[in-house]
Design a protein around this ligand. Sequence first.
Ligand code: FAD
Length: 321
Amino acid sequence: MSRNVLVFAESRNGEIRPVVLEAITVATLIADGASITAVVMCDQISMDLQILAHYGADLIFVLEDAKYLPYCSEIYAQALFQVIQEVHPDVILFSHTTIGKELAPQLASMLKAGLISDCTSISNKDGLSFIRPVYAGKAYERKRFIGNELMLLTIRPNTFKKRNPDYNRKANCVSFVPRDNVVSNLLQTIVKNTVDVIDLTEANIIVSGGRGVKSAAGFAPLRELASVLGAAVGASRGACDLKYSDYSMQIGQTGKVVTPDLYIACGISGAIQHLAGMSNSKIIVAINTDPEAPIFKVADYGIVGDLFSVVPMLTMELKKM
Ligand code: FAD
C-alpha cells in the first residue's frame, strides 16, 4: 500500500543533518511510490536543498525566517502543524534526535495521532510494522498502527543505511509562510558547555571513557585517539558523576543512544544502563584491566590492559598509517 510521507528535514548551521537522509531513505520504503515531502526550517538557507531530492524527496517545503533560530519547540510545532494541514501526509517521519524526540510527541498530541518512537527496523510484510528497543535495549518489540490514521514515527540515527543518491532527481521547492499564532518565544539560549564538535548521535566512531580514566585530565589520551580517528568522545555516567566529563557526553539509558560503526570503551565496566546506549554499535572494542568486566561480553575485540598504556599505543600506531 502506498502512503504519502512527510519528513522533517532537520538542519544545523545551515546544513541538512545526515540523519535526515536516512529518514528519507526510510520514507521511500514506506511511501512505496507515493509522494515524499521534506520540510526544511531555518533562519537562512545556505545549502543545496536538492540533496533531499537525490535521496528521494519529491517536494520540498521551505520555511525560512529568523525566528527559526534558535530552535523553539512551540514555534516549530505550530509551523509544522500548518504544513501538515497543507500536505495531508499519511505518515510523518522525524529523526530520533533531541529535536525530533521533542517535536514528534508534541505534534502527535496536536494532531491526535499515534506515534511510534525510536524505530530501528521496518517491515512492510502483512502491513507496516516497526521494531523498537524496550527495557533499555534488553528486548525489542514489534508495533503497528491500528487502522489507517495518520502515523508519526521517529527513526533511530545510524540504524538505516542511506540509499544511493540519484543526482538526476530534482524536486520543486515551495516557500511556505505559516500564520504566526504562537503565544511565546525563545529569547536566548545560554550554552553552558561546548564540549564536543562531533555530534555523538551522528558519529561514526566514538572513543568513550569511564571511571577507569581516573580524572578529567585522564580523558586527554582518549581525546588524542579520537582526533586521530576523527571520532567523537563519549563518557559513562560514572565518569560524568565524578565530573571527569560533562553530562552532554553521557552515553546510556539516561544519556545519549549511539550506534556508531566503531565504539571504543576505555575503563568502562559495561553496566546494563551503559550498554543500553551503545550495544547496537557495529564494532565494539573494550579496554579494561579487569578480564571479568561485563563490557567484554558485548565486545567484538577485548584488550585486557591499562588504558593509559593501551590508548597511547593505539594512537601512535594509527598516526603511522
Ligand atoms: P565502573 O563501573 O566503576 O567501571 C570502571 C571500569 O574501569 C572497571 O571495569 C575497571 O576495571 C576499569 N578500569 C579501572 N582502571 C582502569 C585502567 N587504568 N585501564 C582500563 N580499565 C580500568 N551509566 C551510564 O554509563 N549511562 C547511563 O545512561 C546510566 N544511566 C543510569 C540510570 C540509572 C537509573 C541507574 C541506576 C544507573 C545508571 N548508570 C548509567 C550508571 C551505571 O549503573 C554504572 O554505575 C556506570 O555505568 C558505571 O560507570 P563506569 O563503567 O565508568 O564505572
